[in-house]
Design a protein around this ligand. Structure first.
Ligand SMILES: [Zn+2]
Ligand SMILES: [Zn+2]
Length: 153
């Protein structure tokens, strides 16, 4: 005979894996606690991570591959987009730069296949990179092929 639980908060009734608790309300409480105690939450999280890594290294690595790394990549992409949006480059600027350098990569001279979207350009390089404090502005942009872009990092 399963034990049913009636949540005083939301009125839901049932059980979670035989345990008497309302998962929705439990999750909300955890979220609230975390936002009230960000430092403690971070500490708790890194303790949990460490324990997990030590006790179940295989599983940890699998989770890292599946979840953490894509998350990190996603955040990096978001930061890049934010940075691009702060730039002053226009579609017209990109076309002019492309024409100015005869539609070729400034580093190796091959033809470049560009995309003139200011917030998501392709076929261009920032001479002074974002990491070096460079800006997404006309003076900082040159046509660049994919290979050179990857080599430059
Ligand atoms: Zn509830
Ligand atoms: Zn090139």
């Amino acid at each position: 005979m399963p034990t049913y639980f009636e949540c005083k908060k939301c009125g839901w009734s049932g059980n979670v894996n035989g345990r008497p608790r309302c998962l929705a309300c439990y999750r909300r409480r955890v979220r609230e606690w975390r936002s009230r105690n960000p430092d403690k939450a971070r500490e708790q999280r890194s303790r949990y991570d460490k324990k997990f890594r030590e006790e179940r290294p295989e599983e940890y690595r699998a989770k890292r591959r599946k979840y953490y790394l894509p998350q990190t990549a996603k955040r990096a992409r978001q930061r890049r987009v934010e940075w691009l949006k702060q730039g002053t480059v226009t579609n017209h600027d990109l076309i002019e730069i492309f024409e100015l350098y005869s539609k070729r990569c400034v580093y190796c001279g091959v033809d470049v296949n560009p995309r003139f979207t200011p917030n998501d350009p392709r076929g261009f390089d920032h001479v002074k990179s974002r990491a070096q404090g460079g800006k997404h502005e006309r003076e900082n942009i040159v046509p660049c092929c994919r290979r050179c872009n990857e080599l430059k990092g």
